[in-house]
Design a protein around this ligand. Structure first.
Ligand code: BMA
Length: 373
């Protein structure tokens, strides 16, 4: 009798455990990092849940500077125009790898860390890109004069050890992003982006698909497994592609990517350019959301914009109709350069597109900081 009771108890416990597990699996999206911090797992799941609510508005470098201003505490071009902060903030790590104090757009890394903490505290999300220098020539990420950089930094290559030192600096940075209680802040890392284009040393003409994939995998495995960086969600973001085959040609695999995205800009100022952009956005949103559905990844737009916003209805007439057809996590507009007056992608106070932008952000499914509390 006693034996029977024990057996029944074991059966009941394992049944209960199975049920528990099933429930967890249904509700929990696990990032590619099996040791991701609890906060990172929570962020990933929150992002999926929020897909039903709308699309978060993102802006590069928003708190650090804007059109004709630099480092004014609490200031943001988006806030100046709309009264609220973005839900997503983009940051750029370029020159962190060489040990510089400030990045290639003159933001001190010490300031960037503080901004990231402020953003986390206010409930918005941080995403990082990295235009690391060309290690072979010592020039910028845009130096494509030779096509062997990737090969030389892969395992066995002559620059591998030096590149690992660069990755160490990136790892140290992410491991130093902590909240007020010393807990690591979960962030998105959108590395080696626009690689289907040919303007970066990791681009389509500078390495083979296999080399690109190896570069990606090496980076993830080094940060995650060797340096124990467990507060990252990895975002894959080529420039516009024509179909899923091209989109996936250099994809490192579902085991190495959490977020699928793409970058796309209005290529000029003419009506034709705008039509091209609309079609490209539509096609790429379809590619990304279809693949996200199949693979269980999170779809988003890595970067976009129209430089100088010469069309004052750009946000409600061009961007909104196309993004509104899809479920994506966020749309990140590129930076409002403090140092180049024509280089901006969101309106500042008094800009002719301000009213349209205000209308855009007040749409029900465009989410700002206050909408995600
Ligand atoms: C480019 C431009 C550059 C900038 C770089 C990295 O698109 O905005 O001025 O240095 O991104 O942020």
């Amino acid at each position: 009798m006693k034996k029977k009771l024990i057996l029944a108890a074991i059966a009941f416990t394992s049944l209960f455990a199975c049920k528990q597990k099933a429930v967890e699996e249904i509700h929990t999206k696990q990032p590619i990092d099996k040791n991701a911090t609890a906060e990172t797992v929570r962020l990933y799941n929150t992002l999926f849940e929020r897909l039903d609510k709308g699309i978060m508005l993102g802006h590069q470098d928003d708190l650090a500077y804007g059109h004709s201003w630099y480092k004014e505490a609490g200031r943001s071009d988006v806030k100046d125009v709309t009264g609220d902060y973005p839900a997503v903030f983009g940051w750029e790590l370029g020159h962190l790898e060489i040990g510089a104090e400030f990045n290639l757009d003159s933001i001190y890394f010490s300031d960037m860390k503080r901004y990231a903490q402020d953003i986390h505290r206010m409930g918005s999300i941080n995403t990082f890109s990295w235009h690391g220098d060309n290690m072979v020539t010592g020039n910028t990420a845009w130096d494509c004069a030779q096509d062997t950089v990737v090969k030389t930094i892969l395992a066995g290559g002559i620059n591998h050890d030096q590149y690992i030192k660069w990755l160490d600096r990136v790892a140290d940075f992410f491991l130093d992003l902590k909240d007020d209680n010393g807990v690591l802040i979960p962030v998105v890392f959108r590395m080696y982006h626009e690689h289907t284009g040919d303007w970066f040393w990791w681009g389509s003409k500078q390495c083979t698909p296999e080399e690109y994939k190896q570069l990606w995998i090496m980076t993830v495995e080094y940060l995650r497994d060797k340096r124990n960086v467990h507060n990252l969600l990895y975002a894959y973001s080529p420039s516009e592609t024509k179909d899923e085959v091209e989109y996936l040609e250099r994809y490192p695999g579902d085991d190495y990517v959490d977020i699928v995205a793409y970058d796309s800009y209005v290529p000029g100022k003419t009506t034709e350019d705008i039509e091209k952009y609309k079609a490209g956005m539509d096609r790429n949103l379809q590619i990304v959301t279809n693949y996200a559905n199949k693979s269980g990844k999170l779809p988003t737009i890595g970067e976009t914009g129209m430089e100088g916003i010469p069309d004052s209805t750009y946000f409600t007439e061009i961007v909104y109709p196309v993004i509104n057809k899809y479920k994506i996590s966020w749309i990140l507009f590129w930076r409002n350069a403090w140092e180049k007056p024509e280089h901006y992608y969101l309106p500042f106070e008094g800009h002719p597109a301000s009213e349209d932008f205000k209308k855009f952000v007040s749409l029900e499914n465009i989410l700002m900081n206050k909408d995600i509390q």
